[in-house]
Design a protein. Structure first.
Length: 249
């Protein structure tokens, strides 16, 4: 009997020790559990987009407006175009660590537009014929554009996610209470946002139609996400339910 109690006590002590060791990991997971939706959506988006890139290759609606013919090819704009990836990542990461409310707004804005883009590309395959057949110059920027062209097909364009997400990130920066006093960051965000939008047309990645419709979609989502507290209140209610402990009758 004594052996049984000794073993039970050893097991209890071992369990208590393991529980104590795991507490930092549990606290870390609980603190950053809001990363889960971002990770899940990222996997879904990349898989869906990759499927579209592989399947939409020839049979698609060509997007073109008259303004496209008056926009010159300017390879230096490949720089802000590529900076878009860092711009979106930095903005999302900043709010992830510093402000959960702004993080929720930003992700809601971006994810909704990106999902609409995927649905449009799936139901209405689209592309353009704007890219130059031969690069007009030979320099480091045209080489970067050529590499970009090889990695990204001229399909699945409407609305432009480069434009939409840039607008979403800049709106998030401008609406952040934490960044209100950081004038340099706000101005820098505006300059980068405008440069990225221009780059989509100057390196012939998008038609002006893609850009215009991205603005329209962003305006609609701005009204839903930032002009009403409905979605934010829903988020807060979910958080309160999660934290609320069940009552013992």
């Amino acid at each position: 009997m004594d052996n049984y109690h000794n073993k039970s006590e050893q097991i209890r002590q071992y369990g208590a020790a393991m529980f104590h060791k795991l507490q930092p990991a549990v606290r870390f997971i609980d603190k950053y559990r809001h990363a889960v939706p971002l990770i899940i959506y990222g996997i879904i988006y990349l898989a869906w987009f990759s499927h579209l890139e592989q399947t939409v290759t020839s049979h698609y609606r060509v997007i073109h407006v008259a303004l496209d013919d008056h926009i010159p090819f300017c390879e230096i704009f490949v720089v802000p175009y590529l900076l878009w990836f860092a711009y979106v990542a930095v903005v999302v990461a900043y709010f992830f660590f510093r402000d959960k409310d702004d993080y929720f707004r930003t992700c809601t804005f971006l994810f909704t537009g990106m999902t609409i883009f995927l649905l449009v590309s799936t139901l209405w395959p689209n592309g353009h014929h704007l890219r130059p057949y031969i690069m007009p110059r030979d320099n480091v920027f045209t080489h970067l554009v050529s590499m970009l062209y090889k990695a990204d097909t001229p399909t699945n364009l409407w609305p432009s996610i480069h434009v939409y997400n840039s607008l979403g990130c800049h709106i998030a920066v401008m609406h952040s209470n934490r960044l209100k006093s950081h004038k340099g960051i706000r101005i820098g965000s505006l300059i980068l946002c405008v440069s990225i939008i221009m780059s989509t047309m100057f390196i012939k990645q998008h038609s002006a139609f893609d850009v215009a419709t991205a603005f329209i979609l962003a305006a609609a989502m701005y009204g839903i996400v930032y002009r009403t507290d409905t979605l934010l209140n829903f988020y807060h209610n979910l958080q309160q339910r999660r934290k609320r402990k069940p009552e013992i009758g």
